[in-house]
Ligand binder design. Structure first.
Ligand code: ARG
Length: 466
């Protein structure tokens, strides 16, 4: 039974694989998601075979009709997948063989090694485009929160200690920058995937007169000028898994970004900060403590980032010791890639959903940002404007901070006489350094959190995100 099942390569075998071996070696349970790309690849390949005269036009058309029908069945969930046929490629070829006699010619000048490499490159281009779309959606959700809270100021933190005041929007725009870098990375991965391996055969091409450039063009593996991009080394083409690793790395790094954003929001939502209220729809309660509203979506974003890093590591280790060219180990490249893809999309959707439902607690933000200590650096800058060297100014303001602590008053409640005991550079207007709006307005340089710069960034992001 098993021998017949494996008609595709069973010729030299007298017995079929053990049941256990079939279960162990099958990949159709996960690589069936490549079906649309496999069909696309087979249609292009057979079109090329017809073009060079290796099959007739009639045979090509019959193959195309059969593949289209199979594609429709798969899309409708009516296709029966067989473990005994191992993978998506054999399942589709076997199904085609049952309907179309010409299917026996489809695998001319092709191996599963260049076939799977081609499927995966088509897949990566689609996956990257999909993820970039979700990144844009998450960015739009972030921009909306920034727009709704344009005037909100919060403390910025270093070492998780209050540092300097920033517009909330400025903080959120740092997230937009992170995600923009992620989108760029996925665009690069898609570009690296944009080479056609088909025609590389199992390892060393074929003796038959195929036209690789024709196939590459049909499949959209072209440069900006529309010139076909066919891989340039048949051994490299069937053994290369760089794109898989780059894709997983892009997902892992995006996951690190999700995790850092999540951590900010978890802190901001804690009672200790209370800058933000999280949407009920993305939180859960405690089975024991009735008062709890836990930031589960954000904690899971943090947790999933570990998984995304794990997938990257799996791929690196998988490939590391393999001799050229194809080895069956490489079948294990797909589960981590697919998982990274799915989890990245989910994370982006959850991030967008959670952020879309954020409610800023303006009063808490205002109280926190009113802390005059946040403007201690501005006070040093004040002395600098009055001709004091920065190191000296820094030291003087440090002493002023200590003085305020000793006197148990806020920094801006000291008297002029008191601060002049620390440094003679302080004049009557020293206390104006604590005027928050004026302090913000002084931060005018490119990329700074002053209102004019933030307004520029609002314009830029609104334009970029449409
Ligand atoms: N399912 C296989 C994989 O994903 C396809 C390639 C099989 N090639 C082979 N020589 N057995 O790697």
């Amino acid at each position: 039974m098993a021998k017949q099942a494996q008609a595709t390569w069973g010729g030299r075998f007298s017995a079929g694989p053990a049941e256990l071996m079939l279960r162990f070696s099958e990949s159709v349970s996960f690589d069936r998601r490549l079906a649309p790309f496999d069909i696309q690849g087979s249609k292009a390949h057979s079109a090329m075979l017809a073009k060079v005269g290796l099959i007739s036009q009639k045979e090509r058309d019959a193959i195309h009709r059969g593949l289209d029908a199979i594609g429709r069945e798969i899309a409708a969930g009516q296709f029966t997948w067989h473990t005994k046929f191992e993978d998506v490629h054999m399942n589709i070829e076997q199904a085609l063989t049952r309907r179309v006699p010409a299917a026996a010619k489809l695998h001319t000048a092709r191996s599963r090694n260049d076939q799977v490499a081609t499927d995966m490159r088509l897949y990566f281009k689609a996956a990257c485009a999909e993820i970039i779309g979700h990144i844009t959606a998450a960015q739009r959700a972030i921009l909306k929160v920034a727009e709704k809270n344009r005037d909100v100021l919060i403390p910025g933190y270093t070492h998780l200690q209050r540092a300097q005041p920033v517009f909330l929007a400025h903080h959120l725009f740092a997230y937009l920058e992170m995600l923009a870098r992620d989108a760029e990375r996925f665009a690069t991965v898609a570009d690296h995937a944009n080479w056609c391996p088909l025609g590389s055969g199992a390892i060393a091409g074929t003796t038959l007169p195929i036209d690789r450039e024709f196939t590459a063009k049909l499949l959209g593996f072209v440069d900006e000028a529309g010139r076909p991009r066919a891989t340039r080394n048949s051994m490299g083409a069937v053994s290369d898994r760089d794109t898989y690793i780059e894709f997983a790395a892009a997902c892992a790094l995006a996951g690190v970004h999700f995790s850092r954003i999540a951590e900010d929001l978890i802190l901001w939502a804690s009672h200790e900060f209370k800058f933000v209220d999280l949407p009920d729809a993305f939180c859960t309660g405690s089975s024991l403590m009735p008062q709890k509203k836990n930031p589960d979506s954000l904690e899971l974003l943090r947790g999933k980032s570990a998984r995304l890093q794990g997938n990257l590591h799996t791929l690196l280790v998988l490939v590391k010791g393999l001799p050229l060219t194809y080895n069956r180990d490489l079948q294990e490249d797909k589960p981590p890639v697919f998982d990274s893809h799915d989890q990245t999309v989910l994370c982006l959707q959850v991030l967008a959903g959670t952020i879309a439902g954020l409610k800023m607690n303006r009063a808490k933000c205002a109280t926190a940002v009113a802390d005059p200590a946040l403007l201690a650096t501005d006070l040093a800058d004040y002395l600098v404007r009055r001709g004091v060297a920065f190191r000296e100014a820094h030291h003087a303001v440090g002493a002023v901070v200590r003085l305020a602590e000793e006197k148990k008053v806020a920094l801006d409640r000291l008297t002029l006489a008191e601060v002049r005991t620390v440094h003679p550079g302080f004049a009557r207007d020293w206390v104006e350094s604590f005027h928050l709006q004026k302090a913000m307005a002084r931060r005018q340089g490119t990329g700074m959190p002053g209102p004019a710069q933030v307004a520029l960034q609002f314009k830029r992001w609104a334009k970029l995100l449409g």
